[in-house]
Design a protein around this ligand. Structure first.
Ligand SMILES: Cc1cc2nc3c(=O)[nH]c(=O)nc-3n(C[C@H](O)[C@H](O)[C@H](O)COP(=O)(O)OP(=O)(O)OC[C@H]3O[C@@H](n4cnc5c(N)ncnc54)[C@H](O)[C@@H]3O)c2cc1C
Length: 465
């Protein structure tokens, strides 16, 4: 009998489960009946490409890789601008806003995230204040840039900073509000975050307010925002305001259905991504993406990841497990590896990368660290255009195993983040990292790379310069 798979959510998480199942549909003898439901009117959108569209590098429309028709033509019941109002797990059905019920053999929950909006902003009906969560938000922000002189961003994470760079690049005087002590606190220690702040101040003229202050009011005229009030009454001009602070998992539907959420606020799953209700994990209901809790690869504690790079792995695991279950073939079953959340971002010409724990994350988990920071060119000093990179490595003080890496530079960041991820997964110690050979060509690398210097500093050995 044809098996029905219903996917709730058409962000990158829902779309990647669909793409995996479409690619593997032929493996299921009786076929798969695939349904995807989402609120937006789009098909498959690369959310990660939106900040660069705002910078003017390409049109927002270009981030829609496939329109809904692409999936409809392949026989998918691809429903846009549609709301799911209930998950009826006992009946194996979901209810839509129209009252229609759809039954399923397998249900995938991919309901994503929602930004936390300060109360003063929630109450305001002024035009010009937006979250930055999807292409609809990007379109509204884009439209409001024309004629605007001042921008205000609430949030010092990657999305907030990329939005700030977009505004500054397009000539808006831009202010960013976030907590102390520095930028990108979930990826970088304050000393590394400070480098990013300095770059954005000097190269892009962005002003930062990094204090424990919140937006306490907004002012407007003609129905449009003109200023935000911060803290006790500092008024900052703003013709466009973006709220990009802490994204929360969107779990209302799951909670109403009795599905368990964890200490991070995300949906709890086993490593095969089955959700938990009561004392059992449900064989036919899965969850992934920004609404879902992951297990940290160093601390083994639950947390959120909220990265597209996490999602693509989870989507494969869910497709494996649906197909394994239908075919009754345990050999196809798979599980997610614990999460290290390798992260890279281009922020106004500066590349920022991280993987594993920060010092604060390690302290919270009760891990004492040895750390080493080094700055070096990424290729031979006599090579024109050689740029410096600063690397900070964190090792467990007891085992000397690598547990975190952070870097800021103008090149070679993405590949280094992936290299450090593998080193953490392999459980490499500082001593092993120091005494492992690295490839060399003066036009591409240094004979003694910055990794070796940072490692030696962490274990108290003087590097050879
Ligand atoms: C601007 C921006 C830039 C980013 N850049 C990067 C990057 O460079 N690298 C990276 O790794 N990650 C990046 N991310 C994060 C990454 O995009 C997300 O982790 C990834 O998109 C996974 O999202 P998701 O599908 O879980 O959630 P979402 O994108 O939030 O999608 C949730 C979906 O669920 C639907 N939905 C929710 N509730 C209902 C309901 N009741 N009825 C119907 N539909 C519902 C929504 O309509 C939506 O389609 C970025 C995120 C943003 C916002």
């Amino acid at each position: 009998m044809v098996k029905k798979v219903v996917i709730v959510g058409g962000g990158i998480a829902g779309i990647y489960v669909l793409r995996n199942l479409l690619a593997r549909r032929e493996e299921v003898e009786d076929g798969l009946d695939l349904t995807l439901i989402k609120r937006e009117r789009s098909g498959w959108v690369s959310t990660c490409g939106l900040p660069f569209a705002l910078r003017g590098w390409y049109e927002i429309k270009r981030t829609e890789i496939n329109e809904p028709k692409f999936f409809l033509d392949q026989g998918v019941d691809f429903r846009t601008e549609t709301e799911v109002t209930r998950l009826n797990l006992d009946d194996r059905a979901i209810t839509l806003g129209t009252g229609e019920e759809l039954s399923y053999d397998y249900l995938v929950i991919a309901t994503g995230r929602k930004p936390s909006v300060p109360d003063a902003v929630l109450k305001s009906e002024l035009e010009g204040i937006y979250t930055f969560n999807n292409e609809l938000d990007a379109e509204k922000i884009e439209a409001s840039i024309a004629g605007a002189k001042y921008a205000f961003v609430r949030g010092r994470g990657i999305i907030g900073l990329q939005a700030a760079v977009a505004f500054a690049t397009r000539g808006l005087k831009t202010t960013v509000l976030g907590g102390p002590p520095s930028l990108l606190p979930s990826s970088l220690d304050p000393d590394m975050g400070e480098m990013v702040k300095k770059w954005l101040e000097e190269k892009h003229g962005i002003r930062f307010i990094l204090e424990r202050k919140e937006i306490t009011g907004v002012k407007g005229d003609g129905g449009r925002v003109r200023a935000v009030i911060v803290g006790e009454g500092e008024e900052i001009p703003a013709d466009v305001v973006v709220i990009a602070r802490g994204m929360k998992p969107n779990v209302e539907l799951a909670l109403d259905a009795g599905i368990e959420t964890g200490e991070s606020g995300g949906i709890v799953t086993d490593r095969a991504l089955h959700v938990k209700r009561g004392r059992s994990y449900l064989r036919e209901v899965f969850s992934l993406g920004d609404c879902t809790e992951v297990i940290d690869g160093v601390t083994h504690r639950p947390r959120l990841s909220q990265l597209a790079s996490t999602v693509v792995v989870q989507a494969k695991v869910i497709a494996d497990n649906i197909i394994s279950d239908i075919k009754a073939q345990p050999s196809l079953y798979s599980i997610c590896e614990p999460c290290l959340s390798p992260t890279v971002a281009e922020i106004g010409g500066l590349l920022v990368g991280s993987v594993g724990l920060t010092t604060e994350g390690a302290t919270r988990a009760g891990i004492k660290t040895l750390s080493g920071v080094a700055t070096k060119l990424v290729k031979a000093r006599y090579f024109p255009g050689a740029k410096p990179l600063t690397l900070k490595l964190l090792f467990d003080a007891y085992t000397h195993k690598l547990i975190g890496a952070q870097m800021v530079g103008e090149s070679t960041v993405a590949e280094r983040v992936n290299e450090m991820e593998l080193a953490i997964r392999a459980g490499m110690t500082a001593e092993e990292m120091r005494n492992t050979e690295r490839c060399y060509d003066p036009s591409l690398s240094l004979l003694i790379d910055v990794t070796i210097d940072a490692t030696e500093k962490a274990i108290g050995i003087t590097p050879v310069y």
